[in-house]
Design a protein around this ligand. Structure first.
Ligand code: SF4
Ligand code: MSK
Length: 648
């Protein structure tokens, strides 16, 4: 609001700066203002505040961790571990409930209970069927889809045994999980057991609590999230690279703007279809608009971007800013990462916030409930209402900023683009890593967080990683930050990357930063890492790869679940912003040190982007050395002069 003067301190995104200035002039409040009002507290930051029973809340002073205990006698270590484990459970439940909805939709489609969905990617269906042990033979495609859907749905309620999709992991990794007793059994079971074990008076051994934390996170990454990704590919098609645009400038002054926001593509796929129907276009023209413009926010945006090229209006911190343009007729939300603040801002504009999930309602919103059995009908109703709202538009201010990007990469395309249709293979990728043209592979994922400068940390980390020869795979809002900075274009390779990496990028026609989709699509990174191991020459397990993961601007507990399954699948993973276990030295040592023995890689925390990159390169170079493929090289520091040169 008015007291924020230097908006450039809050974000490196020009379009966002323009909208923050507008918000201040009009007295509108956004997350960028509220973060200044919320100072936080030392106990919460350290993870040392417990309020799971009414004898509390109990708080342990992080400066004197041994001097007090909770009313029940709980120690700092127990409280911190419980809080961290509950973040994992929360994150896993969100990804997995999303996966469940997709499995239910596949079953309905296979049974013919909805005319609006069908199997679009038969090859993916047959691959998943093979991994689940579903007989294929000459069975009807819908019979196979039904059994695949039912087997996936059964994984949620599975009580014993080993989760079938987790069998995709390399053998040595599975042996680690079995030895530690953390091989996930059933998805819901692991989340429920995590919540049980962290309720008052149950598991009071921090190491034991975090063993279940691992089993819960693995049930997400190799279960719920993977089901979400794989079955969405079956229903909507596996993405292939396509070009699109990103940033608030994708909104159009002369068209009906409909923004889809949240995570599940079940409805947004139908909105894409409904918005292209001649009857809807006709209606829009009759309302005085030139057409219907769809755009996305957050991970729903990533889903419809990678399958249809729908442009991205912005990432999570831009949801309120999109409404501030005055140009959005409807923002359609489903689940996750939808700020309650959009309702407040929308009430000052003509924008309709339309909630669609029975799991997620909010004040100041219209609720048009979405059900898969009449999905297109609901989508048409929503698009129609958005068109009706066009006449209510007031003054509009849309920033002109847009950037192009190429998106839609995944395991299947990496396999194909490197090896070609007839000899699809990871061999060229592995060879490029072995001979040092690619120094390492880094997954950069996660959210934005107004506690740090919006987009800035992501962009600095990724620029420096590619300048140092790393191929970067991205998902979520992090991907959108970096796309806005123009780093998801093939020509960037020659401008920034060392010769080896740009030669590889040019040979296969890819950017050095690959947009791999939404948050559940982090499971694609697990699959790609496993494929590199199976291809050979880079060790026997994911932990042997010169690879790393990071979440420089994370905020959601979903990011903690992702980090935990990355680490315990063997990927060194470093988070920025803040770290929620610092109150307990024992818990932090377990995650940052002892995990190196247990899982052959560990968590790390580093808020400074240059130091974060230094840590990642160090890990990658050590892995290269252990594999006997190291070559001495100087680190390229991305200094101000280089940045200025690129900005020209
Ligand atoms: Fe306090 Fe123990 Fe209750 Fe937590 S569980 S609020 S530490 S009494
Ligand atoms: S939407 S979880 S803010 S990445 Fe997946 Fe963005 Fe993080 Fe939500």
């Amino acid at each position: 609001m008015a007291e924020i003067e230097d908006f450039g301190e809050l974000t490196s995104c020009e379009a966002s700066i323009e909208m923050l200035r507008k918000a201040a002039e009009e007295g509108q409040e956004t997350a960028f203002d509220r973060v200044a009002q919320q100072k936080g507290c030392a106990f919460g930051e350290a993870g040392s505040c417990c309020r799971i029973c009414a004898m509390g809340p109990c708080r342990i002073n992080p400066k004197k961790p041994d001097e007090s205990r909770g009313v029940c006698g709980a120690t700092m270590d127990t409280i911190v571990a419980r809080n961290f484990a509950r973040m994992i459970a929360g994150g896993s439940s969100a990804h997995s409930d999303h996966g469940r909805a997709v499995a239910e939709t596949l079953i309905m489609a296979a049974k013919g209970e909805t005319a609006d969905y069908e199997v679009k990617d038969r090859i993916k269906l047959l691959e998943v069927a093979a991994d689940l042990g579903v007989e294929v033979g000459d069975r009807d495609i819908n019979d196979i889809a039904l059994e695949v859907g039912e087997r996936c749905l059964a994984m949620f309620g599975q009580q014993e045994g080993e989760l079938a999709l987790a069998q995709r992991a390399p053998e040595p990794r599975k042996e680690i999980w079995r030895k530690l007793g953390v091989f996930p059994r059933g998805i819901d079971r692991e989340v429920v057991e995590m919540m049980h074990r962290t309720s008052i008076g149950v598991d009071q051994d921090y190491e034991n609590i975090l063993l279940q934390g691992t089993r819960c996170a693995l049930a997400d990454g190799w279960g719920g999230s993977m089901i979400g990704t794989e079955l969405q590919d079956i229903l909507f098609g596996t993405p292939t690279p396509l070009e699109s645009k990103v940033n608030l400038g994708v909104l159009k002054e002369d068209e009906v703007n409909i923004v889809v926001h949240g995570h599940e593509p079940l409805l947004s796929e139908m909105i894409v279809l409904a918005a292209s129907l001649p009857e809807m276009l006709e209606k829009a023209r009759a309302a005085g608009a030139k057409g219907i413009n769809l755009a996305g926010i957050c991970c729903t945006a990533n889903e419809v971007l990678t399958r249809h090229g729908v442009p991205i209006a912005g990432n999570v911190l831009q949801q309120e800013l999109a409404i501030l343009t005055g140009a959005v007729e409807a923002m359609i939300v489903d689940v996750q990462c939808v700020y309650q603040g959009i309702g407040q801002i929308a009430s000052c504009f003509h924008t309709d916030i339309i909630t669609t999930s029975p799991r997620a309602k909010m004040p100041h919103a219209k609720h048009i409930e979405f059900h898969e059995d009449h999905a297109l009908e609901t989508a048409k109703k929503i698009v129609s209402e958005a068109i009706d709202n066009f006449k209510n538009r007031g003054k509009v201010q849309i920033p002109s900023n847009t950037e192009s990007l190429i998106a839609g990469f995944n395991h299947e395309y990496i396999n194909y683009m490197l090896g070609g249709r007839y000899r699809a293979s990871y061999r060229p990728l592995n060879d490029a890593v072995i001979d040092g043209r690619i120094r390492g592979v880094v997954g950069v994922v996660g959210c934005n967080n107004p506690r740090v400068k919006h987009d800035d940390i992501h962009t600095r980390v990724v620029r420096e990683l590619i300048a140092n020869g790393c191929l970067v795979l991205m998902t979520g809002c992090a991907a959108q930050s970096v796309a806005k900075a123009g780093l998801m274009l093939p020509e960037v390779a020659r401008e920034i990357c060392p010769q080896g990496l740009w030669e590889v990028c040019e040979a296969v026609g890819i950017p050095p930063v690959l947009h791999c989709g939404s948050c559940v699509d982090n499971s694609r990174i697990l699959i790609a890492a496993t494929a590199m191991v199976h291809e050979g020459g880079l060790g026997d397990d994911i932990s042997d790869l010169p690879a790393a993961g990071c979440a420089p601007e994370w905020m959601s507990e979903k990011a903690i679940a992702i980090g935990q399954y990355f680490v315990t699948s063997g990927v060194y993973t470093v988070f920025g912003v803040k770290w929620p276990t610092l109150g307990s030295k024992a818990v932090t040592d377990l995650l940052f040190e002892k995990y190196k023995d247990l899982y052959k890689n560990c968590w790390d925390y580093e808020p400074d982007p240059e130091k974060m990159v230094g840590k990642i390169l160090n890990v990658i170079d050590n892995k290269r050395e252990a594999l006997g493929i190291s070559a001495k090289r100087e680190r390229v520091l991305f200094d101000m002069a280089m940045r200025r040169e690129l900005e020209v």
